[in-house]
Design a protein around this ligand. Structure first.
Ligand SMILES: *Cc1c(COP(=O)(O)O)cnc(C)c1O
Length: 359
């Protein structure tokens, strides 16, 4: 059976080498006589898998002991609530930047808990830009400043870190581990796993320890980061199998040369695809040049009437999940770490062939 190339925005491609290890270890993990998913989360085996995953992630991202690393559930969407519930304390205001659909969802959820000050918005450009930092109307009394470093739907990415006088909170769901970051610039980083970490069901939170302990009395224990930190992310049963797979992905990233190497590969992949789009009158990408995402590349066909046949033929060619998000239409190619350069080359070759036959 041939595996196809998967450009899904999420749940997304997982490195083939990781899937092979998981397959080989599926029935009998390291001679234990059972699958890892069948073991108690309190067993030494699962505890060692969790510890190793955290250690490798700390190495990859350069996370210091000043930060807790939490493996949670509920996806990034649950963190839209957990962020205000954990960080507001006695404060009643938070700053948010609105650069797209995920920003908007974070804002809508935060509004349940506090006054949300939208410091800047790119809605007037249909989310094809990032408002420059000096235009942001920040509130020096806000509990935190939240932004979305990579908007998965619009394909808009920050290649700079916003200066902030209050804790900076970042929804990195679709950019985490794609290139090095300076963790110490952030108060909180969170991400759903199913884009660039591993399978759905696992959520990563990296939080500066001095921000723990301020959760609202009504914050559910399951959303309270302090509770998770005190219990090594095992307050209840964690998604053990997803964590095991994430650990294998972290090992794989180290074998690739870590995040500096991934950045080089990811830049090469994205540049190729943008060059192919820009070099043709048949395809277009709407995002301003300085903010084009390395991970999610939306593109339209000059004649939207060809969208359906483009999707049918690309799928028949083994290029899966290129349909754009339902809110924007067109196409989207997600080029996460596990999407190989060969996959991008195959996509570009298909696009050029399709253009020749249909232009
Ligand atoms: C996918 C995504 C989410 C939602 O993640 P879930 O884990 O499905 O809740 C939130 N923010 C961004 C930037 C995303 O890409």
């Amino acid at each position: 059976m041939d595996r196809c190339y998967n450009f899904c925005a999420g749940p997304a491609a997982v490195p083939e080498a990781v899937l092979e290890i998981a397959r080989d270890e599926m029935l009998n993990w390291h001679g234990a006589g059972l699958s890892l998913m069948e073991m108690s989360h309190r067993s030494p085996e699962v505890m060692s898998v969790a510890e190793r995953a955290e250690r490798t992630l700390r190495e990859l991202l350069g996370i210091s002991d000043d930060y807790a690393v939490l493996f949670l559930q509920g996806g990034a969407s649950t963190q839209f609530s957990a962020v205000p519930l954990n960080l507001l304390g006695s404060n009643n205001a938070a700053d948010y930047v609105n650069t797209g659909q995920w920003s908007k969802k974070a804002i809508a959820e935060a509004k349940r808990y506090c006054n949300v000050n939208v410091v800047a918005s790119s809605e007037d450009t249909k989310f094809s830009t990032i408002p420059p930092r000096d235009s942001w109307q920040v509130d020096s009394g806000a509990a935190y400043l939240h932004y979305t470093p990579n908007e998965t739907i619009g394909g808009v990415e920050y290649f700079w870190t916003p200066q902030a006088d209050v804790p900076l909170v970042a929804d990195m769901s679709s950019t985490i581990l794609s290139r090095p970051i300076e963790v110490s610039d952030f108060g909180v980083i969170y991400a759903g796993a199913q884009k660039n970490i591993g399978p759905a069901g696992l959520t990563l939170v990296i939080v500066r320890r001095d921000l723990l302990g301020n959760a609202d009395d009504k914050c559910p224990a399951m959303l309270n980061w302090q509770v998770a930190a005190d219990n090594d992310s095992m307050y209840n049963t964690p998604p053990t199998f997803a964590l095991y797979l994430a650990g294998l992905v972290f090992d794989w990233l180290q074998q690739q040369g870590g995040l500096p190497a991934m950045e080089q590969i990811n830049r090469r992949k994205a540049e190729k695809l943008y060059a192919a789009i820009d070099g043709s009158d048949f395809y277009a990408n709407p995002v301003e040049l300085a903010s084009r995402s390395l991970m999610n590349i939306p593109f339209t066909l000059a004649d939207a009437g060809l969208d359906k046949v483009f999707l049918q033929e690309s799928e028949a060619a083994g290029l899966l999940n290129l349909k754009g998000h339902r809110s924007v239409g067109g196409m989207r190619a997600s080029l996460y770490n596990a999407v190989s350069e060969a996959a991008v080359d195959a996509l570009i070759a298909f696009m050029q062939d399709f253009e020749q036959r249909n232009a």
